[in-house]
Design a protein around this ligand. Structure first.
Ligand SMILES: [Fe+2]
Ligand SMILES: [Fe+2]
Length: 338
């Protein structure tokens, strides 16, 4: 048995279908000892569905903190990489289909701040409409699959950039990683928030509970991050993230206060993002996108696509929350965490 990394989940999640099932079964064995069992019917799986999204999430996780009980050598196993490539190409095709023509970069960014009338109400708006501590805790559980590794996927952009774009991404990432102070690392601030809400802050502790719409949010940034050829998409996605963040963070900080949660250890994650991301947005827009497109103007379509795709998966997550909460159900797999 391989020991889990410190502070991480202690068990693999349950399978959600034949693809994630084959992958999880294989991961329990030594790399190199699995044959055709790692060729599950990816083409039959819905790329947005629970089975494909969980399998993709697990495949990427081998590159981040690893998986409990899983041999680290799986990370570069050719069979696993081949399965991941099939999952990625189905996901990217589904994204292209859903986004359509991404249009111009400026318009895509403007639409992040001013979504159209058909866009679903975002999570921060849903929580502000009807403050409820149970739902807020559910929201934190969903987000934990990204926020406890914030902003690792975005760090993958650094070696792929040069000049102004590289310098600015490093400046933003310096803040994301606490500007030299471990206790200010944004992932650590999110762990503080989780503990303050009475939740388990161990990395991937709630993976079993998090449904496909949120896994797609994380898988999108991993997909863009782990492929140099998708660097334009990764840059656009990061810009969208920083642009959308301040208004949402302000609403979430306010909602926590209305719920009577005024412990600064809980609210700091959000208040920090209101201030920091206002600066980050400008850096992303002027220096990262400006610098990248000055050097590689042919990437404009990819940048716009990255922005639109970021909004698309966030809208999918928002719709999932709205549907569940609107009909009085928990938005988590297996019911509420309360
Ligand atoms: Fe952050
Ligand atoms: Fe930021």
């Amino acid at each position: 048995m391989v020991a889990a990394s410190p502070g991480t989940a202690t068990a693999l999640p349950s399978p959600r279908g034949p693809v994630s099932g084959a992958l999880i079964t294989a991961l329990r064995r030594a790399p190199g000892t699995v044959g055709p069992a790692l060729s599950p019917p990816v083409e039959d799986a819905d790329p947005w569905g629970e089975d494909a999204q969980l399998a993709l999430y697990l495949a990427y996780e081998l590159h981040y903190r690893g998986l409990p009980g899983v041999d680290d050598a799986w990370e570069w196993d050719p069979r696993l990489l081949s399965l991941r490539a099939r999952l990625e190409s189905a996901f990217l095709a589904a994204l292209r289909d859903a986004v359509g023509d991404p249009g111009a970069v400026d318009q895509a960014l403007a639409d992040v701040l001013h979504p159209g009338p058909d866009s679903p109400r975002g999570p921060s708006a849903l929580l502000a409409d009807e403050p409820d501590l149970g739902r807020f805790r559910e929201y934190a559980v969903h987000r934990s699959v990204f926020q406890l590794k914030e902003a690792d996927p975005q760090a993958l952009l650094i070696p792929r950039l040069t000049g102004r774009a590289k310098a600015a991404v490093v400046t933003v990432e310096f803040d994301e990683f606490g500007a030299g102070r471990a206790e200010r690392v944004h992932a650590a601030l999110f762990a503080d928030l989780m503990r303050g809400l009475g939740l388990d802050d161990a990395y991937n502790a709630y993976l079993d509970r998090v449904p496909a719409p949120m896994l797609a949010v994380v898988n999108l940034m991993s997909l863009f991050g782990w492929h140099r050829r998708l660097r334009g998409m990764a840059a656009g996605h990061f810009a969208a993230l920083e642009t959308a963040s301040p208004p949402g963070a302000a609403r979430l900080a306010d909602t926590l206060e209305r719920l009577g949660v005024d412990d600064p250890a809980c609210t700091l994650f959000f208040t920090e993002h209101v201030e920091a991301d206002a600066v980050h947005e400008q850096l992303m827009r002027r220096e990262v996108l400006g610098g990248l497109l000055a050097e590689e103007p042919d990437l404009a379509d990819d940048v716009a696509f990255g922005i639109r795709a970021a909004t698309l998966v966030e809208d999918g997550f928002a719709e999932h929350l709205g549907d569940a909460w609107g009909s009085g159900r928990s938005s988590l797999r297996g019911g509420s965490v309360l």
